[in-house]
Design a protein around this ligand. Structure first.
Ligand code: SAM
Length: 447
């Protein structure tokens, strides 16, 4: 049942009119199609789309819409418009007797005689015939007019392509081999929203141009029940960035091969490779962050993903064959993370960090090891083991640079620690405890 009170509807109608008045008929067609798909029993949308189709010279579609409007609209004024539009479409389709019937019905429903007489003259002229496919759904419109709507990927340097990802809607796939640390995407958010109250979300969409609104309406909506714009926002919005068109097409995995990150200085969303990725491989990010993914069992992750995004995760970590082992590792990582602040023994703490990072690697989770390495560097600083401190700070820096970009504030912060490990500014506890050396505690070589 369409929610006619959803504020999104009035906004989309206004944007459709705006596009039409600017002769941006493809966008208007898209938006009218969206509206009529959303509320098929409302004849006004068919009436609106019939004139847009006339402008696009899509005669069969225009006639079909006018017929539908005649079926659904009660008011004479609407019926008159629908007959007139169908008359014009039929004229172009060479159906002169049908067009004449519509012209009579136009007059009968109060249409202006002067307009009718101009049209009657045109009906006497030889018509052209046209042959088109009928566009019924917004995806049909989007496919036919993907260039006009700027949906086609025109960036020759793009390292990914968006296409069907069986059972997961659309997804992003590598078009060349990628390495850990490679920048996959950098994109300006389309709907930035600082505060995600419903009002702000609706206002964010309202500010879009008709074309950009059309592009956003194509995004997946896992929550149509909560309002159109909020549903799209909640399914696709990124923390800090909001809705980012291409980035929103990347599917989720609990063992992702890429991560998304917001780069505040440039106000852009980025996606960076966490692992090497083969050409043709699907690129996955994790919709869950930090401990919610690397330190949570499958049941908890699935519950969150299902309620927020409406799907049951079947990634390699959630797969039935692997999940129990993966759960054991992730639960242990979680316990280590919880217990680190309580550990008073530096050696024990560093051994726990090594264990946690080893478990992450065994699980194929190649993000966030820096969370642990930063703590390890702080412990070594506390015991004045500057060589070990540097070792962990370097590890944290290199991982952050690869995962977020070297110019990201996270990486810059680790860089500062690396440059001045002894500074109290970087490590408030630097040199506080009796000196101890932990050179023997290092990570095993990368597997
Ligand atoms: C942000 S969108 C991702 C792009 C989406 N596939 C599309 O076609 O636009 C989130 C939606 O993608 C689908 N999705 C993402 N990851 C998935 C996965 N691992 N398994 C199944 N569906 C997934 C779900 O429908 C989810 O609500």
């Amino acid at each position: 049942m369409p929610n006619r009170l959803d504020p999104a509807i009035e906004i989309i109608k206004a944007k459709a009119d705006e596009a039409f008045n600017k002769n941006d008929f493809v966008v208007a067609l898209f938006l009218h199609t969206f509206l009529s798909n959303n509320d098929p029993g409302n004849g006004i949308y068919h009436l609106g789309r019939s004139v847009t189709n006339l402008r696009l010279q899509r005669w069969s579609d225009a006639a079909k819409d006018a017929t539908k409007a005649l079926e659904l609209c009660e008011a004479k004024v609407h019926k008159a418009k629908a007959h007139f539009r169908r008359c014009q479409a039929r004229r172009e389709l060479n159906d002169i007797s049908g067009a004449n019937e519509d012209l009579e019905a136009f007059l009968f429903n109060g249409g202006a005689p002067k307009t009718a007489s101009v049209e009657a003259q045109k009906l006497k002229a030889t018509p052209r015939s046209a042959n088109e496919t009928v566009l019924e759904d917004i995806t049909d419109v989007a496919t036919l007019f993907s260039n006009t709507l700027d949906l086609a990927d025109n960036n020759p340097d793009a390292v990914y392509e968006i296409r069907s990802a069986s059972g997961k809607g659309l997804g992003a796939f590598a078009v060349k081999r990628l390495q850990r640390g490679d920048l996959i995407l950098t994109e300006t958010p389309m709907v930035p929203v600082d505060d995600t109250t419903p009002y702000n979300v609706v206002t964010g969409f309202k500010q879009l141009s008709p074309k950009n609104l059309a592009r956003c309406l194509l995004l997946h909506n896992a929550h149509p029940e909560i309002g159109l714009f909020e549903g799209i926002y909640n399914t696709n919005g990124f923390a800090q960035a909001g809705v980012v068109l291409d980035a929103s097409r990347f599917n989720h995995s609990c063992s992702p091969n890429a991560r998304y990150t917001y780069h505040e200085p440039s106000k852009q969303e980025r996606i960076i490779a966490l692992t090497d990725i083969a050409e043709g491989e699907q690129i996955y990010v994790s919709y869950l962050q930090g401990r919610n993914v690397y330190a949570s069992p499958r049941s908890k992750r699935r519950q969150t993903l299902s309620s927020r995004y409406g799907f049951c995760c079947q990634c390699t970590a959630c797969d039935d064959a692997n999940f129990e082992e993966s759960d054991c590792r992730r639960q242990e990582i979680g316990m280590i993370w919880e217990s680190l602040p309580m550990m008073i023994d530096g050696r024990k703490m560093l051994m726990s960090v090594v264990r946690a990072i080893t478990l992450m690697r065994e699980d194929g989770y190649l993000g966030d090891a820096d969370d642990f390495a930063v703590d390890a560097a702080a412990v070594c600083a506390g015991y004045s083991d500057w060589e070990s401190c540097e070792y962990w700070a370097k590890f944290a820096y290199e991982n952050r640079a690869a995962e977020f970009g070297a110019d990201h504030p996270h990486a810059e912060h680790s860089r500062q620690i690396l440059d001045k490990p002894q500074s109290r500014e970087n490590h408030p506890q630097a040199g506080l405890f009796p000196r101890r050396i932990y050179k023997d505690i290092r990570l095993p070589r990368e597997m």
